[in-house]
Design a protein around this ligand. Structure first.
Ligand SMILES: [Zn+2]
Ligand SMILES: [Zn+2]
Length: 375
């Protein structure tokens, strides 16, 4: 059986805005919701079509794929998931809840709810990235109120069963409409769908059952992390409601810029000042290392400014666990103050008929080195 066109299913134009699509979906989903429709068998089919169309057209990526291929089939578009073209892609009940919960209508009684996820940032130095580090961070998370053990009721006075819904959390409403009698369930207003009411709220949490607690946790950061990587600490987020599980804490990592070293993936770059005599005559020079201390490299006679030497294995740890290389760029230092003897020697040198290096661009090598040193 050929699939119906999703735009036709929702009755919207091909260039409909997301807002239009949402509106059309809400209208149709209400009409064909199996709980309210007269012909349940037909409504179920229509409801499924409507949801399927909405799931695709409300998702920019899926909609683009659909517009191009006429399907979001995994074979045509490279989507994952098994079991038919829409396997694992969406959950009809979930979509319906999402759209309608924003409107305040419908919905089911509030059961256990997972706590909110939290985000904290953690700044690292490049040295800490190299070695990996354990750091303690402080953050605020909602936790069960210790006075009332999370019940929200004044200690010694547990919450009582809501009399309006007798603890069910929802009420059935029978409405007479043009389409006949419609039965719908709505969350109980008396208890906000929880089934329980607190007549005497806990003074410490004002009946919420939760209070903000300052928490501390030690975060173990492995070597080689990069800006924007995160570490997920399961269960360290806000406490859940109604016995639901807690959320998670996401620690978002940042890396501070380093005064001396620049990082590029697993490699490090450093500018190394070399006197112009060392560069001209050749020398063994010291190079700083990120882990502290130095190593030496041989700068051969006649080394030009911006020549780069590689020190293997002295970069930074990459996520693969290896250390990259250290790239050392020579910056030739030109003396700014010369004594009379030095001046005389240089003049003698200049007059000795030796070649003078000229740069490739109009400003010459001198200008480029000054740029490098002055940043
Ligand atoms: Zn309390
Ligand atoms: Zn109630």
């Amino acid at each position: 059986m050929a699939k119906k066109d999703y735009y036709d299913v929702l009755g919207v134009a091909r260039d409909a805005s997301l807002e239009d699509i949402k509106l059309a979906y809400k209208k149709l989903a209400r009409k064909y919701h199996p709980d309210v429709a007269d012909d349940k068998a037909e409504a179920e089919v229509r409801f499924r079509e409507i949801n399927e169309a909405y799931a695709v057209l409300s998702d920019e990526q899926k909609r683009t794929t659909y517009d191009r291929f006429g399907t979001v089939d995994s074979a045509a578009a490279g989507f994952g998931g098994g079991g038919g073209p829409f396997g694992g892609m969406f959950d009809l009940g979930e979509i319906f809840e999402q759209v309608f919960s924003q409107m305040g209508g419908g919905g089911r009684a509030r059961g256990p709810q997972r706590g909110q996820d939290l985000k904290e940032s953690l700044e690292l130095t490049l040295e800490e990235v190299l070695t990996g580090v354990e750091k303690e961070i402080a953050f605020n998370a909602l936790d069960d109120c210790t006075s009332c053990q999370g019940s929200g009721a004044k200690p010694g006075q547990g919450p009582t069963v809501c009399s309006a819904c007798r603890g069910a959390g929802q009420l059935r409403q029978v409405m007479n409409t043009a389409f006949g009698q419609v039965v719908r369930t709505a969350p109980c207003v008396g208890c906000s769908g929880t089934g329980r009411v607190i007549t005497d709220p806990c003074p410490d949490c004002k009946g919420k059952g939760h209070v903000l607690h300052k928490k501390r946790v030690t975060v173990k950061v492995p070597p080689g992390v990069e800006e924007g990587n995160y570490i997920r600490l399961t269960g360290m987020g806000d406490a859940g409601a109604m016995g639901g599980p807690p959320g998670d804490l996401f620690v978002i990592l940042g890396v501070k810029p380093h005064d001396v070293f620049n990082r590029e993936g697993g490699d490090l770059h450093v500018d190394l000042p070399v006197t112009f005599t060392d560069a001209a005559l050749g020398a063994t020079v010291e190079v700083p290392l990120l882990e502290g201390g130095t190593t030496t490299i041989k700068v051969p006679a006649g080394t030009q400014g911006h020549t780069t030497f590689k020190v293997r294995g002295k970069g930074i740890a990459s996520r693969a666990g290896r250390r990259g290389d250290l790239h050392v760029r020579v910056v030739v230092m030109i003396p700014t103050q010369l004594n009379d003897r030095q001046k005389a020697l240089l003049k003698e040198y200049a007059g000795a008929g030796s070649q003078v290096a000229h740069g490739h661009d109009g400003r010459g090598w001198f200008g480029r080195i000054v740029d490098a040193i002055l940043g």
